[in-house]
Design a protein around this ligand. Structure first.
Ligand SMILES: CC(C)(COP(=O)(O)OP(=O)(O)OC[C@H]1O[C@@H](n2cnc3c(N)ncnc32)[C@H](O)[C@@H]1OP(=O)(O)O)[C@@H](O)C(=O)NCCC(=O)NCCS
Length: 165
C-alpha cells in the first residue's frame, strides 16, 4: 500500500494497492475502459483476461490498482497489461505494455507511474532488460507519460500499408 505525495510533499488521502487482476474485477475493468473510450468491450476484456490472467502467467501480467481506503469514487483505479515477447523481429525477449488506463478522476496522482513501475518490476524479476510500448506519434499525453517514465524512441520503425482496393 502506498500514498501519493503532492508537489508540497503532503500525503494525499488516496491509498492504492497494485495486484494481479481477479475475475471479479472484470466488470470494473470494462466499465473503466468504457468511461475512457466510450465503447463497452466486455468480450474483448473477457478474452484478455483468459489469455493474460489465466494462461502463461509467468510471462504475462494483468495488474490493477485498487483503492486501499474508501476515498475514491470507484474501487478500481487503473490497470496495465503486458507480456514478454521473444525473438520477434530479431529482438531478444522484451516486455511489451499494450493496455494501460487510469480512472479519469484520479489521474496525476502517481497511479499510472505505480502501475508502470509494478510492470517493470515484474519484467525485471524474470530477467527482462527492455520494456516497449507503441504510442501514436501526436498523442501528447502518451508521449508525456512514457517519456517521463524514461522511455525513449527505440531501434524499430512501425511499417504499414492500406489494404483497401
Ligand atoms: C496516461 C495515464 C495512464 C497516466 O496516468 P496518471 O495516473 O495520470 O499518471 P501519473 O500521475 O503517474 O503521471 C506520471 C507522469 O506522467 C506525466 N503525465 C501524466 N499525465 C500528464 C498530463 N495530462 N500532461 C502532462 N504530463 C502528464 C507527468 O510527467 C507525470 O509526472 P508528474 O505528475 O510528476 O509531473 C492516464 O492519463 C490515462 O489513463 N490516460 C488514458 C488512457 C491512456 O492514454 N492509456 C495509455 C496508453 S494505452
Amino acid at each position: 500500500m502506498d500514498t501519493h505525495k503532492d508537489a508540497s510533499g503532503t500525503a494525499s488521502v488516496l491509498q492504492i494497492d497494485i495486484r494481479r487482476v481477479r475475475e471479479a474485477d472484470l466488470p470494473q475493468v470494462v466499465a473503466l475502459d468504457e468511461r475512457v473510450t466510450q465503447i463497452a468491450k466486455p468480450d474483448y476484456w473477457r478474452d484478455i483476461y483468459d489469455r493474460y490472467a489465466e494462461r502463461r502467467v509467468g510471462e504475462r501480467f494483468f495488474l490493477v490498482a485498487e483503492d486501499a481506503g474508501d476515498a475514491a469514487e470507484f474501487p478500481l483505479l487503473g490497470y496495465i497489461v503486458g507480456e514478454i515477447r521473444a525473438w520477434e523481429f530479431g529482438s531478444e525477449p522484451c516486455g511489451w505494455v499494450f493496455a494501460f488506463s487510469v480512472e479519469p478522476g484520479t489521474r496525476l496522482q502517481g497511479i499510472g507511474e505505480r502501475l508502470f513501475e509494478a510492470m517493470s518490476t515484474e519484467f525485471k524479476n524474470i530477467g527482462i532488460k527492455t520494456m516497449r510500448t507503441m504510442v501514436a506519434r501526436h498523442n501528447q499525453l502518451h508521449m508525456a507519460f512514457f517519456r517521463s517514465e524514461g522511455m525513449v524512441a527505440g531501434p524499430y520503425l512501425q511499417l504499414e500499408m492500406d489494404l483497401d482496393e
